[in-house]
Ligand binder design. Structure first.
Ligand code: SF4
Length: 794
């Protein structure tokens, strides 16, 4: 069956297919289930009445890769029901943006009786969770005085806002507005990276010169084979990934999943699961490269024309013999050929399966290797990212429709206007994961620790002394090594003042000195954009007035700005709604096809439509003379001279390779802690949000996956409560025995709220009790999936 016939059988529209394929005149008769399904149009309108309910469209601004259309049905000022995008059109060029189960449970978020209702000040020891109600006046006055005292004593580099993603809106989140206020009043210590993607955002540019890799998702319907490598969009939600993966499958693409777990994406989409041990991805990639090179399945013309470092004839100047990818793979220097049999011992996937995976990927043209962010959140995560970029280049799948330039995947072809920022006069940033280091010994931290903005030989001017933690749980729960982090926070001689603003009393909120009740996105305006993959923007629209005494971060920071004498510069005379309108109107000036403010209010969403996929690096491949890759060599750098020059060839090699990690399957520590432990983003939470949502508790219990063989060895039965431990702490959690996880590995879904008992043992299954504060070597990112533990029945 030709690709044309396959797509004809799917729900792809004729117009779209003709434009993409270049086919011009074949008559097609459409009908059948896919077309009939959308015959009944239902408009989305702010003023639409439905049994006296007013429907107001909005959008969640939590840090979810989705950003979906949430249609709130409001009656007597209260949200009585939530529905989602049911637009008439649901096609390749205009998919519906439907909410997931979390989105449909938002009423239990906004009307949760446990919301923080008024400002409070700490009365017990820090972290104990004892607070007393105060007025907003007292709260703002205390914050003002403490900010002034600490700034006068330690300088602006002592002021820090922790990484926080509970409000990931585009215009006025606390993290954005903190930066503006502090920049207007002398500066602050900034951060770079994210907790999600530090390794890939730092490593990918060493190959391509940019992290904007991948292509638009609609290109996937042209793929013959798609490999989801540690990628689980069914639960994590990356824009419209699931929609396009389903369409690709209908069009005939095979889908493989490489993962230690047989994920929901695997269950729903995959033709085959290739299970591997965590941290061993590069052993598998090395062996795939061995098969592809020795069986001459590589695209030699592509490599010779566009790449550098693949063999000894294509190396940068002044690099000694034997450092190319080919030399490493064939063992010319270390004497170890990276055969499938070699890799099998490390990654656990049988050699014949490694050969199959390599051959299928190399021979299915075009093929797309999509990597999720899970595999890169390892101690050797940078290698895993660059290994995938090499496989894509080796097989000539970069710059091709249906191929995929693997790596960060930050490709985006749509954008909206950015709210103007104020430059930080201090100009110094730390890797966000290293804030605890900057608390305990910031004045010893230099560029070697990943600090940016310092001159040669300089260190940070101050330790962190003042923390604003706004809509974030990375102050404790989402950071590494919770027990160690709690000790640092409890010590009032280190951080002298902590402000927290949140919707609930999270484990992080308990460490506040002043605790402020935040409103939710239902009570304010903002703009929502998906993580790169998705051609749409949503107006996050106010549906309700602030509940209780809550305020948005923008509202109370404006009060603080007034006290600091910079209110006018801070707000520029605008409310959050004014800023949202400004973004819409500025975007329309740049792109006349964009919706008007009135249309956005009515429809809630703007969907861009494209006639054909946009292919990452298409120009670099079709016209390399005029469009070099933005790397030092102008080519795809399989060998990176920049990495070579760092002169740390064991930890940070110039070509990606398997590096055994301290807490991996090859580690000595396995004698004490024999099980690898990983986390994953669970469908029932968005990071740690919704852990206290009763509907989500019904949708997915907090439990640890254990393979049957490991359970038998420990006499564990399904539902038993187990103790999981290592040198960093102890967690109690129910056990789910399943063969959907490889032997030797356990998995705890991330985001459960740390709930210690009197002995300091977490009773909720909060994974970061067991994770480390040690960062990955290049990005200084969090390696939260690289852990060894032991499990015992209680
Ligand atoms: S949690 Fe994410 S995927 Fe689910 S409805 Fe909200 S924005 Fe959409």
């Amino acid at each position: 069956m030709s690709i044309f016939e396959k797509i004809k059988e799917s729900s792809v529209s004729r117009r779209t297919f003709l434009k993409w394929s270049g086919v011009s005149a074949t008559p097609i008769v459409f009908g059948g289930v896919a077309t009939k399904k959308y015959l009944k149009p239902k408009a989305v309108a702010a003023t639409q009445k439905d049994d006296e309910e007013t429907i107001i469209p909005t959008c969640g601004t939590t840090n979810c890769g989705g950003r979906c259309l949430i249609k709130t049905h409001v009656k007597d000022g209260k949200i009585v029901r939530i529905t989602t995008d049911d637009a008439e059109e649901d096609s390749l060029i205009c998919p519906q943006i439907r909410a997931c189960l979390r989105g449909r449970s938002y009423r239990k978020f906004v009307y949760n009786p446990n919301r923080l209702k008024y400002p409070m000040k700490r009365v017990g020891k820090r972290g104990e969770g004892k607070f007393e109600r105060i007025s907003w006046d007292e709260a703002i006055d205390t914050i003002y005085k403490e900010t002034k005292r600490i700034t006068d004593k330690y300088g602006p580099a002592s002021r820090y806002s922790t990484y926080a993603s509970g409000n990931w809106g585009g215009i006025a989140s606390g993290r954005t507005m903190f930066k503006k206020l502090m920049a207007l009043t002398g500066g602050y210590l900034g951060y770079h990276n994210t907790y999600s993607s530090a390794q890939t955002s730092n490593a990918t540019p060493y190959t391509y010169g940019t992290g904007a890799t991948g292509s638009s998702l609609d290109s996937l319907v042209n793929s013959k084979l798609i490999i989801l490598w540690g990628h689980n969009p069914a639960e994590t939600i990356f824009g419209t990934s699931n929609f396009y993966l389903k369409r690709a499958k209908e069009a005939g693409a095979k889908i493989y999943v490489v993962d230690p777990r047989y994920t929901n994406s695997g269950i729903g989409l995959a033709d085959e699961w290739f299970p591997i041990r965590p941290t061993t991805d590069n052993a598998l990639m090395d062996a795939m490269t061995y098969v592809i090179l020795t069986e001459k399945l590589h695209d030699k013309d592509f490599l010779d024309k566009y790449c550098i470092g693949h063999d000894e004839d294509h190396m940068p100047e002044n690099i000694p013999e034997g450092e190319s990818l080919e030399s490493y793979i064939l063992g010319k220097k270390d004497g170890i050929e990276k055969t499938p049999e070699w890799a099998e011992k490390i990654c656990g996937l049988p050699a014949n399966k490694i050969r199959q995976l390599a051959r299928d990927y190399a021979m299915a043209k075009p093929a797309a290797l999509l990597q999720g962010y899970g595999p890169q959140r390892h101690m050797n995560g940078e290698q895993i990212v660059r290994g995938a970029t090499v496989l894509a280049s080796l097989t000539g799948n970069v710059g091709k429709n249906g191929g995929w330039a693997s790596g960060q995947g930050g490709f985006s072809r749509t954008s909206v206007a950015s709210v103007p920022q104020v430059e930080n006069p201090l100009g110094i940033t730390i890797p966000c994961f290293l804030w605890t280091d900057a608390v305990t010994h910031g004045t010893e931290m230099s560029a070697d620790d990943g600090v940016r903005g310092l001159k040669d030989g300089e260190t940070l001017p101050s330790n962190i002394k003042l923390i604003f933690n706004l809509a974030g749980n990375a102050l404790l729960n989402q950071h590494g090594d919770i027990n160690e982090t709690a000790k640092i926070l409890e010590d009032e001689s280190l951080v002298e003042f902590i402000v927290v603003s949140d919707v609930f009393m999270t484990p992080s909120a308990k460490f506040a000195d002043i605790l402020l009740p935040s409103n939710t996105f239902f009570e304010r305006h903002d703009i929502g954009l998906p993580w790169g993959y998705g051609d749409y923007a949503i107006l996050s629209q106010k549906v309700s007035e602030n509940l209780y005494e809550s305020k948005s971060d923008y509202e109370w920071l404006t009060l603080l700005a007034e006290k600091m004498g910079v209110k006018d510069k801070f707000t520029e005379g605008k409310t959050e709604k004014d800023w949202a309108r400004w973004v819409v109107e500025e975007t329309k000036k740049q792109d006349p096809s964009f919706s008007t403010w009135e249309q956005m209010q009515k429809n809630g969403i703007h969907k861009w439509k494209f006639d054909k996929p946009t292919i990452g690096f298409e120009k670099q491949i079709s016209d390399p003379e005029n469009n070099p890759f933005p790397t030092p060599s102008g080519k795809i750098e399989i060998f990176s001279k920049d990495l070579w020059d760092m002169d740390n060839h064991e930890e940070i090699p110039a070509i990606p390779k398997h590096i055994a990690v301290g807490e991996g399957p090859e580690s000595e520590l396995t004698k004490k802690y024999p099980l690898q432990m990983i986390g994953w983003h669970y469908k029932r939470r968005c990071h740690s949000i919704h852990d206290n949502n009763p509907w989500m508790e019904e949708a997915g219990k907090q439990e640890m996956w254990v393979n049957e063989m490991d359970a038998q060895k420990r006499n564990l039965k399904d539902g038993d409560i187990a103790k999981v431990f290592n040198d960093r702490g102890v967690v109690q959690i129910p056990v789910k025995i399943t063969n959907k996880i490889v032997p030797g590995v356990v998995a705890i879904p991330q985001g459960a709220w740390y709930t210690p008992n009197k002995d300091g043992i977490d009773t909720r299954g909060s994974i970061n009790v067991l994770t480390t504060l040690k960062p990955s070597p290049l990005a200084k990112g969090n390696p939260q999936h690289t852990n060894l533990v032991e499990v015992e029945k209680i």
